[in-house]
Design a binder for this molecule. Sequence first.
Ligand code: ARG
Length: 461
Amino acid sequence: TSNAMWGGRFAAGPDAIMEAINASISYDRRLAPQDIAGSRAHAAMLAETGIVERSDVEAIREGLLTVLSEIEAGEFAFSAALEDIHMNVEARLKALIGDAAGRLHTARSRNDQVATDFRLWTRDQCDAAIAGLDALIAALLDQAEQGADWVMPGFTHLQTAQPVTWGHHMMAYVEMFARDRGRLVDARRRMNESPLGAAALAGTGFPIDREMTARALGFDRPMANSLDAVSDRDFALEFLAAASICAMHLSRLAEELVIWSSAQFRFVSLSDRFSTGSSIMPQKKNPDAAELIRAKIGRIVGANVALLTVMKGLPLAYSKDMQEDKEQVFDAADTLMLALAAMTGMIGDMSANRAALAKAAGSGFSTATDLADWLVREAGLPFRDAHHATGALVARAEAKGCDLPDLSLEEMQAVNAAITQDVFSVLGVENSVRSRTSHGGTAPEQVRRQIARWREMQKGR
Ligand code: ARG
């Protein structure tokens, strides 16, 4: 049998393989609420403009609500023969209300319909990701506040570099996630224009009111160009790009949690709620959630690359290739929300081991830069000479198997005669972090200022 939607031109139905490659209903059923909202807005506009009789439009709008409730109740029989969510909904509407259903598609195409549905869906995901990021930022702010002055080693090359504060390290992630938030806010603003009314590609001769449907669906305005409206998927790509960068940040933090929770570091303990055990090694408490967050970026970046690749060679306007947009964005969005929730849970539950952090902060010659700076400040050495002298002292301490503050004054003076007892005051990690008062620096007073600033900005979000 040929198709109910376009059977006029067709004598035979599709091959089973054709149906298998063509049907998207197995996944685009997720767009049902958006599809029905879009159709209801379109129908209301058709009545308002006098394009369709008000009585038909009322039947259409009521019938669509029935379809939605059937879908929500799990009572809807989706059909692959009807290809996608748009035709499944319309066919059911026809079964419910009869011929009036056939008027719904006046001045519309599935091309502007799907573009509208997918924008609405992706806009919701931006909102969800923004809310997820706000929760994560709040959890990081709590961690930062608690340990604003706790010392820990700061690393470069994962080698001990200079002491920093726990609060400073947490706040570095707050900055990153806040930028991710900003990217989603930006993307949302740009995507919030309505494709509805672009019809197949060229617009329509019916006297439609695109402002009205745009407003009804919460869009800021109709899109300006009908070809662009049905062709564009860069709104989805922007979401995926922002999601990819956010996933990269999540992955870096996850990697730190994996390292920090190891027996060798012991910087943090993760809660039982976010850890797993081993079936053979009784002592194990594994950071599986962190590892999975670290890995999930693969799917999100994969989706971004996949959709870019789908889109890159497509001539204007719509091509069926674009149906491949949805599974990528669905999976990336689901993955991002899960990773954000898991990270927020882990950060909220995590306890930092203040003593282990402090112990590590003082090892590995972490205050060598402070010593060199002291030589510059107090003994007037050029920084390069101070660097050299300090290097010699580090070599000495290393040979003795001790840290810098464990060297005697005599040993220090053998390297540079200008060194006095006063140098020991800068070799302590507490003094070291307290001295880093420059804008954005690790000094607790700076960190507290950063926390207060973000608390203020997060208020009312
Ligand atoms: N399921 C299709 C999609 O997701 C809807 C648009 C179909 N348009 C068309 N001209 N075949 O892209």
